[in-house]
Design a binder for this molecule. Structure first.
Ligand code: PRE
Length: 303
């Protein structure tokens, strides 16, 4: 059975996301970098790690790890609805410390301000680690998935405490060099592009390579490269698969205008909505028809 590392201990949202993969051997790691290193070291087949959340945005530790170190390839995604609960071992008005994963604390800001204005937040490695800290008595309260609290026999002091009721976290499954998944017709391609900073319109030229091929950009985000102020790498998600003509053409164009590209993977989307259709004249069929036309012209020059 394939082994999948995830941010543990048991009871995290990451574990719930791993369960969506079906019959796999789930291996808890202490942190996201540790889960990714288990893949790089060959100790597990893959890791499933949080990449972004619909409310709080990207998970920087995941992005930065995917951008540095030996390359990992994304082969799938899981989009998981997340709903947070508060577990507390004292009444709410006596809570002085509340622990959780920083991304979970950030998604419950309004609740914390309204109900626990005097509590100090304590960042821990995961939401399930927060529940354990409550069980061990090192903090008064924790924000976690309801199951993380109930499996430890802890009470739920409040449920659905997130700032929005319909929050979702997107997880990605990464491997080292295994063959990538074939196109499904509803895929996403993830790239990290490094632009030449000494050129006016460098980012515009990146976006143009996608737009002129009718490739839909679904996410763009910058992270500092760490070299110095003003140096950024852009993380792009585009609709489509590298094996498809339009995305392939766009990658050829990007390769010419970017200083460096890290290809992160082409993989099936885990959403129900259909991809945005290509504008008129920009479908893969249009592209193949124009290529056939050109090769007809070129054929006239062959002996
Ligand atoms: O701590 C967990 O339960 C996790 O799986 C991590 C994580 C994250 O990093 O975003 C996952 C989903 C929620 O958005 C909050 C925390």
């Amino acid at each position: 059975m394939a082994t999948v590392a995830y941010l543990g201990p048991a009871g995290t949202f990451s574990e719930a996301a791993v369960r969506r993969l079906g019959d796999v051997d789930a291996l808890p790691a202490r942190s996201i970098p540790e889960a990714l290193d288990l893949v790089r070291d060959g100790a597990v087949d893959s890791a499933l790690v949080p990449l972004e959340n619909s409310l709080e945005g990207s998970v920087p530790v995941t992005l930065d790890n995917l951008l540095s170190g030996p390359p990992l390839r994304i082969v799938g995604e899981v989009v998981l609805p997340v709903s947070f609960a508060l577990t507390a071992r004292v009444p709410l008005d006596e809570v002085r410390t509340v622990a959780s994963h920083p991304h979970a604390l950030a998604q419950c800001r309004a609740f914390l301000r309204a109900k626990l204005p005097h509590a100090t937040t304590v960042e821990v490695l995961s939401t399930a680690a927060a529940a354990r800290a409550v069980a061990e008595g090192t903090v008064d309260a924790g924000i976690c998935a309801p199951i993380a609290a109930t499996t430890l026999g802890l009470p739920l002091a409040a449920e659905d405490i997130g700032d929005r009721p319909d929050t979702a976290t997107r997880f990605v499954q990464v491997v080292t060099g295994a063959p990538g998944p074939a196109p499904t017709g509803n895929d996403v391609t993830s790239l990290a592009v490094y632009i030449a900073h000494d050129r006016v319109g460098a980012l515009l030229s990146v976006l143009t390579e996608l737009a002129v091929r009718g490739v839909n950009l679904t996410r763009i985000e910058s992270r500092p490269t760490g070299e110095r102020l003003g140096r950024y790498v852009f993380l792009l998600d585009c609709a489509g698969h590298v094996a498809e003509p339009r995305v392939g053409e766009a990658l050829l164009g990007l390769r010419r205008v970017c200083a460096e590209i890290r290809f992160l993977g082409s993989y099936p989307r885990d959403v129900d909505d259909a991809p945005v259709p290509a504008p008129a004249g920009m479908s893969d069929a249009d592209l193949l028809a124009s290529e056939a036309w050109l090769s007809g012209l070129r054929g006239m020059f062959q002996a």
